[in-house]
Write a protein that binds this ligand. Structure first.
Ligand SMILES: [Zn+2]
Length: 177
């Protein structure tokens, strides 16, 4: 789901939950339901070799990436969208007995539900691994089938002009001059 949709729908849900969560709780719910997507930015920065941190580049990259979700070698994973991360927050919430962490968790669940609904609409629910263990297993399965799980992401980067750069060393080679 797009960031603007998360902001609007998360805001609407936060308003509806305000009587239950309180003003502070519903604000935290809203923030959590939007900020969970920060892992998309990490993914972009990591995959482009920490060369470009721009939000514009990230949005362009993710648009290209989303267009490839039906490829057989496509497998996404975003840390904050995994069962392990949810479990960690749930454990911290129970351990601390924290109402704020409850609001954080609720925001995350709301966000992930919207993401899954969007993927379901595109018949691509399984294009993103929802667990680190699942990702590890499915990634190995792709490699065993002779597929490159990083290819689709490299293609998306190349399509937005952030692919592997021919750096200074390569530029000095004779065939490049
Ligand atoms: Zn998301």
């Amino acid at each position: 789901m797009k960031l603007s949709e998360h902001i609007i729908l998360g805001g609407g849900a936060a308003l509806a939950l305000a009587p239950t969560l309180g003003a502070r709780g519903s604000l935290v719910f809203w923030a959590s339901s939007v900020l969970i997507d920060v892992d998309h930015h990490w993914d972009y920065v990591y995959r482009n070799g920490f060369r470009d941190w721009s939000p514009a580049g990230m949005f362009a990259y993710h648009e290209r990436m989303f267009a490839q979700i039906h490829r057989p070698d496509f497998l996404a994973m975003n840390l904050f969208h995994t069962a392990e991360w949810f479990l960690l927050v749930a454990c911290a919430m129970l351990w601390q007995g924290s109402a704020i962490l409850f609001a954080v968790l609720l925001g995350m669940v709301f966000h992930l539900t919207l993401d899954l609904l969007r993927l379901a609409r595109h018949q691509a629910v399984f294009s993103r691994a929802l667990s680190l263990v699942e990702y590890w297993i499915r990634r190995r399965m792709l490699v065993r089938r002779g597929l490159d799980p990083d290819r689709a992401f490299a293609d998306a980067l190349a399509a937005v002009g952030r692919g592997p750069r021919r750096g200074g060393f390569l530029r000095r080679l004779p065939q490049d001059s």
